[in-house]
Ligand binder design. Structure first.
Ligand code: ATP
Length: 238
């Protein structure tokens, strides 16, 4: 069954000392889908994303990515990961950063397209330490997709990004998904959640609701997603 999904997570558990970060998560993401992970701070979103990238080894359960069961180093070639902390070399220019990461994957020909996708071609010679925070976010996104991954994991990619650029980012994501890239994105921003095809609401390391934004509103019987999320999270706590 895994072949038809880009990501198939089955019963994944992960404990850090006394903290149960993931408590039996099962979810499947279809190819070309934009799947949003929502949940309060500490809910387990980053841990789940890291388990899908293969950076966190689950204590129990399985993760299958693009038809290959993890751990599997080959799958990394097909996966892009944008972390919460920009993983850029501040002393290098925008283009040098991209060339560095492209060289790791042996895909130097992807640099120009990545620069253009995030509208940084005019600033490609600027040193990363001197560009604005929003440009750094764009550069991080370009690094995550320079090797044209089939699966893109974005951990709160629009934190600190102005509203205009957020709209642009979501245009990029839409374009990539339309061309077949599967995207998993975590966010605390409800208007971004509305742009996902499906959402998973995570709390205490568990998936407490899943569905399209309309499904989630209907499940909670609320008009908007924020109220739906608060209602569903509160129900489980009660
Ligand atoms: P946020 O919205 O704040 O980014 P999150 O939903 O991404 O939160 P996680 O970062 O996955 O949450 O953290 C889930 C829980 O696991 C938290 O209690 C966190 O402190 C803990 N945790 C995550 N990684 C580690 C680690 N490497 N060592 C110890 N505890 C960890």
């Amino acid at each position: 069954m895994s072949e038809s999904f880009a990501v198939d997570v089955q019963g994944v558990e992960k404990r850090f000392g006394g903290i149960k970060a993931l408590d039996g998560v099962t979810l499947q993401v279809r190819k070309g889908e934009i799947y949003g992970l929502l949940g309060p701070n500490g809910a387990g979103k980053t841990t789940l994303i890291r388990a899908i990238v293969g950076l966190v080894a689950p204590d129990a359960g399985t993760v299958t990515v693009l038809g290959r069961k993890l751990p599997n180093l080959d799958v990394l070639r097909d996966v892009g990961y944008m972390t919460q902390q920009a993983a850029l070399y501040p002393g290098l220019s925008v283009e040098e950063n991209l060339r560095f990461f492209a060289a790791i994957y042996g895909v130097e020909d992807g640099v120009q397209a990545a620069l253009e996708l995030v509208d940084l071609d005019k600033r490609k010679d600027s040193v990363v330490a001197t560009i604005s925070g929003g440009m750094r976010q764009r550069c991080s996104l370009a690094v995550a997709l320079v090797h044209r991954p089939h699966l893109l994991l974005l951990d709160e990619p629009t934190v600190g990004v102005d509203p205009q650029l957020r709209v642009q980012f979501w245009d990029y994501f839409r374009r990539m998904a339309d061309s077949g890239t599967t995207i998993i994105v975590s966010s605390h921003v409800m208007d971004e959640a509305e742009r996902c095809q499906r959402l998973g609401l995570i709390q205490y390391g568990r998936l407490l609701a899943e569905g399209s934004p309309a499904d989630i509103r209907a499940q909670a019987g609320t008009q908007n997603l924020e109220a739906a999320f608060l209602a569903l999270a509160g129900e489980k706590e009660a």
